[in-house]
Design a protein around this ligand. Structure first.
Ligand SMILES: [Zn+2]
Ligand SMILES: [Zn+2]
Length: 83
């Protein structure tokens, strides 16, 4: 995106690196964890409300899955040793 697009969407940029980070295509790789855009088109280093809501939902689902897995996880069942 251009600086104009960036500022129109996310307000005035105070750091010239903001635009670089938003346009960086190596987001998520080593040293670029805050680079790129999230699925909502918000730069990763900015707060994205839909992302935060998604994360909360995901954490809830994960907790429920973990709870269910406690009873089905094969590692919790000790196999009998045959001699
Ligand atoms: Zn980067
Ligand atoms: Zn988002």
């Amino acid at each position: 995106m251009t600086l104009e697009e960036f500022e129109a969407k996310f307000g005035e940029s105070t750091d010239p690196a903001d635009l670089d980070r938003a346009n960086c295509t190596r987001g998520g790789t080593c040293g670029h964890s805050q680079c790129g855009l999230c699925e909502h088109g918000t730069p990763k280093f900015l707060k994205c409300e839909p992302c935060k809501a998604d994360l909360a939902k995901y954490a809830e689902q994960l907790a429920a899955l973990r709870e269910a897995a406690r009873f089905t996880d094969a590692h919790h069942v000790k196999a009998p040793r045959g001699r």
